[in-house]
Design a binder for this molecule. Structure first.
Ligand code: IMP
Ligand code: MG
Length: 181
């Protein structure tokens, strides 16, 4: 684990080794589910990129990758609910088995909006995979099909998760100090 002296870190929740081991397990579940076909992985920029690439490398089925970006007014402290697509997919998902890959599902507004929007484009199937699930803050009921870790109600950084666009490159997942100083 790279341990830069980051004064804003309260504690490490998951080490790189724990994350890698869990990604291998979840990748095996996904490969088993889609053993008979191929998968279109859709990443939500920017947070899910780190998780998606690690997960994709562990899959034993053929995969395609595409990305979209959203503008969201849903965040840990603010009012949730308004989501729109800021950068759309490059390719159609019609007839494909789609896996939406998220860094974290929090209130659920983002994932529900994306699942509904993508479902409307005629995929053969669509499932949701998230690295982290923070169920204590869920507002919108949502089915999470694949999840690496459930986490408590604390703001986290690392493995794609940012605070003011920083710390996505940490190879561990950490809880930030409450004062974020
Ligand atoms: P939701 O719409 O409330 O589920 O929001 C999910 C999005 O909020 C995630 O994709 C993240 O971009 C962001 N987010 C939520 N919690 C955290 C956190 O603890 N750290 C960093 N980003 C977060
Ligand atoms: Mg996100």
């Amino acid at each position: 684990m790279k341990t830069p002296a980051l004064p804003m870190i309260e504690r490490v929740l998951f080490t790189p080794e724990q994350i890698a081991a869990r990604i291998t397990e979840v990748a095996a579940e996904i490969s088993e589910r889609y053993w008979n076909g191929s998968l279109k992985m859709i990443g939500v920029l920017k947070g899910s990129v780190f998780f998606l690439t690690a997960l994709a490398r562990e899959l034993t089925i053929p995969v395609k990758v595409d990305f979209l970006a959203i503008s969201s007014f849903s965040n840990h402290s603010g009012a949730p609910g308004v989501v729109r697509i800021a950068k759309d997919l490059d390719e159609s998902i019609e007839g494909e088995d789609v896996l939406l890959v998220e860094d974290i599902v929090d209130t659920g507004f983002t994932a529900r909006y994306l699942m509904q929007t993508l479902a409307g484009r005629g995929p053969n199937s669509i499932s949701l995979c998230t690295m982290l699930d923070r169920t204590p803050r869920r507002i919108v009921p949502l089915q999470v099909d694949f999840c690496c870790f459930e986490i408590p109600d604390r703001f986290v950084i690392g493995c794609g998760l940012d605070y003011k666009q920083l710390y996505r490159n940490l190879d561990f997942i950490a809880v930030m100090k409450a004062d974020k100083s």
